[in-house]
Design a protein around this ligand. Sequence first.
Ligand SMILES: [Mg+2]
Length: 170
Amino acid sequence: MSWFDHWQPDQQLDSAAQLQPEALRARGIRGIIFDLDSTLAPWGFTRPPPGLPGFLDRLEHQGFSLAFLSNHSGWGREGLRESLGGRPLIFGARKPRPTGFLRLLELMGLPARQVAVVGDQLFTDIWGAKRLGLWAILVPSLALAAEPWPMRPRRLLERVVLRLLDRFCP
Ligand SMILES: [Mg+2]
């Protein structure tokens, strides 16, 4: 595996809402780990947007185990765990480190190859997923404008890497 392979998403969607449950199931996926910020709602959200709980319930009824993995400290977001249905949620995950992913796999009782990760960041969500053999789905940031300014150079670098991947590893 070359370095670039670690950053090559297995799939790219326009948003988390575009997830295709049948296609995921056909691939053997039984669990989904979601990033929170800019993936499910704008950065730093403290309440899920109106459509989100129903979307998550539907996925669960379709047979997927769900969990959330965030690099945010969780400070000021104490109510989020409950409003996301009390499903496993880890803050301060330090993605792309494996610890948080591995903990959630253990909680879900699923092997890495049966779990997808949905996230908006190449160097945390996608890298973390790929190094463990999870199915890595990249979505664009839901609201770039809501992100704190230190994210900007990282976004620029992501665009460069995605373009290189497109060109040299199609
Ligand atoms: Mg994110």
